[in-house]
Design a protein around this ligand. Structure first.
Ligand code: 3HC
Length: 290
């Protein structure tokens, strides 16, 4: 039978995207957030994204409606007792994640697998606080999960082979591609991405080229769908700043350290698409103005 019922903690951009991917693949999905307005916003995100997928012709209206019907929202982790797999996608704050897993550990039976979608924290640090460190792994999706086919399946030193096999099977059933890696900070993609994004910000600081020119160069010269500064705006200046700080703490490698401009943008509230201003300006629908 394998995994059938999935619980997702956090109904933000990542949680709602992961919920949508699971629901489209036929899983029964329960998503929890701390306030009803966040649950409502998550449901709206899924509806809007499914509408785009239908418009693209990749799903029929009936398939999208069925997928929406498979996602339920809740405010209570106590409702997660029947879940086979729980994916945590709350803020990147270790104590917040530990609190979620502590409560889930009391609510869920021993067979439930726990996974964190963290992009920067160490999996074993969360796993070790639960009674199931062997059934605990990283499951790292990329933004937007609906469009990005990769999932890093992260094996902590405590994770059992059986857990990794169950997660490989799960990711395959989502129609995504899983790559297995160890619990090394940044896993594979962010370990490469962070120094690259930092370098782009430093080039801008040094006046090597304008934001527009740096992004154009990478899109046309490397065929990336977004330039590095556009990508920081898309994923969030605050998130990139935070992740770079965690990486620098771990590796003490100056290429990982967040550039001063990123910190100043964060302090100013210039967080990218979500606040309407980052390296570029955006309208309320997130469309580029400048
Ligand atoms: N839901 C549904 N459909 C979506 C969508 C969404 N959220 N976002 C985009 N689409 C669809 C559009 O409807 C469109 O469909 P169509 O071609 O059939 O009309 C198609 O995708 C293309 O969209 P757009 O024309 O709006 O824009 P792009 O061609 O630029 O594609 C993108 C958007 C897929 C986001 C693309 O720009 C991209 O791949 N960007 C790079 C994203 C990336 O690198 N993500 C990883 C970030 S790092 C990370 O997540 C790690 C973390 O730990 C920080």
């Amino acid at each position: 039978m394998g995994i059938q019922k999935v619980g997702i903690v956090g109904f933000g951009a990542m949680g709602s995207g992961i919920a949508q991917v699971c629901a489209v693949a036929g899983f029964d999905v329960l998503v929890r957030d701390v306030e009803q307005r966040f649950v409502d916003r998550g449901n709206e995100r899924i509806a809007a994204s499914l509408a785009r997928v239908v418009k693209s012709g990749k799903l029929t209206e009936a398939e999208a409606t069925a997928a929406r019907g498979r996602v339920k929202g809740t405010l209570a982790l106590a409702d997660f007792g029947d879940r086979d797999l729980i994916i945590e996608a709350v803020v990147e704050v270790l104590d917040a994640k530990k609190e979620v897993f502590g409560e889930l550990d009391r609510v869920c039976g021993p067979a439930t697998i726990f996974a964190s979608n963290t992009s920067s924290l160490t999996i074993v640090e969360m796993a070790a606080t639960t009674k199931r460190p062997d059934r605990f792994a990283g499951l790292h999706f990329f933004n937007p999960p609906v469009m990005m086919p990769l999932v890093e399946i992260v094996k902590a030193i405590t994770t059992s082979d059986a857990t990794i096999e169950a997660l490989r099977d799960f990711v395959q059933r989502l129609g995504h591609t899983g790559v297995v890696c160890t619990d090394s900070t940044g896993f594979i993609v962010n370990r490469l991405l962070v120094p690259y994004l930092n370098s782009a910000v430093r080039m801008l600081e040094l006046g090597v080229a304008s934001a527009e020119e740096i992004d154009q160069a990478v899109k046309l010269g490397l065929r990336h769908p977004m330039g590095p500064l556009e990508l920081i705006d898309y994923t969030g200046v605050d998130i990139n700043y935070h992740v770079a700080n965690v990486f620098f703490e771990e590796f003490k490698d100056p290429t990982m350290a967040p550039p001063p401009l990123l910190r100043r943008m964060m302090l100013a509230g210039h967080l990218g698409v979500k606040t309407g201003k980052g390296f570029y300006e955006y309208d309320e629908k997130g469309k580029r103005k400048t």
